[in-house]
Design a protein around this ligand. Structure first.
Ligand SMILES: *Cc1c(COP(=O)(O)O)cnc(C)c1O
Length: 339
C-alpha cells in the first residue's frame, strides 16, 4: 500500500468516473460541438450565476487567460507574495500578458482591503505601471489551505469598484473553501469578475479547469485559449469526469478536511516537530525542529511507503484527497504515533 500525500492531484479516476468517460457523448469542442463540454460549462456558469464558462486543460492556463482578459501589456496585477500566478505558473504573467505583479506581504496568502488600496498606483502618475487587476486565491495553496473571510473579500471588491479594477479569483481549491464555510458558489459569482476552478484536485478528475465569468469579459476568452494552445477536440471524455465529480465528489470533501485535522493533531504531539500551521481544509504544513534532517525524515517515511513533499526551510506538506482511504489514514497515524 502506497500512501501518497504529496498533493491532491495524484488521484486516479474512480470506476464510476471511468464509466462516465466511456459513455460520454462527444464532438469537436473547437467547433463548440461537444455536448459534454457544453453541458459542463453551462452547469458551472449556472452554479456561479454567471453568463459563461470555458473549459481549459489546466488551472494555470485558465488563470493566464484571465490575466490576459483583464490587462494590457505594461500594466500591473495586485496579488499576494504566495500567489500561484506569481510563484508557480512559470512566469506566465510576464510571458503571456506582459504585466508585472505588485506583491502584498500577506498572512498565509491572504491580505486586507487596506493593503490593496495602498498597493494601487495612482492612474495619473504615468511613471508607474497602471494597476488594472486584483487577484486572490481561495483556498491559498502556499498559505496551507487557508480560507478567506468573505467579508474581507467583499471589502476588496469595494476597493476594486472604486478604482475600476478587475477582480479575479484563483479558485483551484474553492471547493474546499466552500465545504468549510457558509458561502455558496453564487455568493462568489456575485463578487468576482472571473473565477477559475480546478476539477483535477479535490474533485478527483484526471485533468481540467474551468474559467467562469460574464459575457462582457468572457467574449475574448476562447481566442486567448486558442492562442495558448488550449483548444481541444473530443474533450467531452474529460468534461464527463467533471460532470460526474460535481454529482459525486463535492459532498465528500469534508472527509479530507477531517483527516487533515486528525493528522495535524498527531503531528503537534511529535517532539521533532516545531510547528504545525493552522489546518482549515485539506492541506497540512508543518515545520521540523531545526536539528532534524529533512531528507532523513522524508526517507524514514518513504521506507514505509509514505510520500509527502518538502517545501524548503524544513517545512513539509501533506495533502489529503479522494484516494487517501480510511485504511491509509489509520496506517499513517500509527506510523506517526510510533515515530
Ligand atoms: C494547482 C493550482 C493551480 C493550477 O494548476 P495546474 O497544475 O496548472 O492545473 C492554480 N492555482 C492554484 C492555487 C493551484 O493550487
Amino acid at each position: 500500500m502506497i500512501i501518497d500525500l504529496r498533493s491532491d492531484t495524484v488521484t486516479k479516476p474512480t470506476k464510476g468516473m471511468l464509466e462516465a468517460m466511456i459513455t460520454a457523448k462527444v464532438g469537436d469542442d473547437v467547433y463548440k460541438e461537444d455536448p459534454s463540454v457544453n453541458a459542463l460549462e453551462q452547469r458551472l456558469a449556472d452554479m456561479f450565476g454567471k453568463d459563461q464558462a470555458l473549459f481549459f486543460p489546466t488551472g494555470s492556463m485558465a488563470n493566464q487567460a484571465a490575466l490576459k482578459l483583464h490587462t494590457n501589456p505594461g500594466e500591473q496585477v495586485i496579488c499576494d507574495k504566495y500567489a500561484h500566478i506569481y510563484n508557480y505558473e512559470g512566469g506566465g504573467a510576464s510571458f503571456n500578458s506582459g504585466i508585472s505583479c505588485k506583491l502584498i506581504d500577506g498572512n498565509r496568502g491572504m491580505f486586507t482591503a487596506q493593503q490593496v488600496a495602498e498597493s494601487i498606483n495612482p492612474p495619473d502618475f504615468y511613471h508607474s505601471p497602471l494597476t488594472s487587476l486584483v487577484e486572490v486565491e481561495n483556498t491559498t495553496n502556499k498559505g496551507g489551505g487557508a480560507c478567506w473571510d468573505f467579508e474581507e473579500l467583499k471589502r476588496i471588491k469595494a476597493v476594486c469598484d472604486k478604482h475600476n479594477l478587475g477582480y479575479h479569483l484563483d479558485g483551484a481549491r474553492l471547493w474546499n473553501a466552500l465545504a468549510n464555510t457558509n458561502e455558496t458558489t453564487k455568493d462568489y459569482g456575485q463578487l468576482f469578475d472571473t473565477i477559475s476552478v480546478c476539477l483535477s484536485k479535490g474533485l478527483g478528475c484526471p485533468m481540467g479547469s474551468v474559467l467562469i465569468g460574464d459575457e462582457d469579459i468572457m467574449q475574448g476568452a476562447i481566442r486567448i485559449r486558442k492562442i495558448l494552445g488550449g483548444g481541444m477536440r473530443q474533450v467531452g471524455y474529460i468534461a464527463a469526469t467533471g460532470l460526474y465529480a460535481l454529482d459525486h465528489h463535492l459532498d465528500r470533501l469534508v472527509e479530507d478536511q477531517k483527516k487533515a485535522k486528525a493528522i495535524g493533531k498527531v503531528l503537534e504531539d511529535m517532539s521533532i516537530i516545531k510547528k504545525v500551521e493552522p489546518i482549515e481544509t485539506n492541506i497540512v504544513i508543518f515545520e521540523l525542529e531545526s536539528h532534524v534532517d529533512e531528507s532523513e525524515f522524508l526517507k524514514q517515511l518513504s521506507d514505509k511507503n509514505i510520500y509527502i513533499i518538502g517545501m524548503g526551510s524544513n517545512k513539509l506538506r501533506m495533502v489529503t484527497h479522494l484516494d487517501y482511504t480510511d485504511v491509509m489514514h489509520d496506517q499513517l497515524l500509527e506510523v506517526l504515533n510510533n515515530f
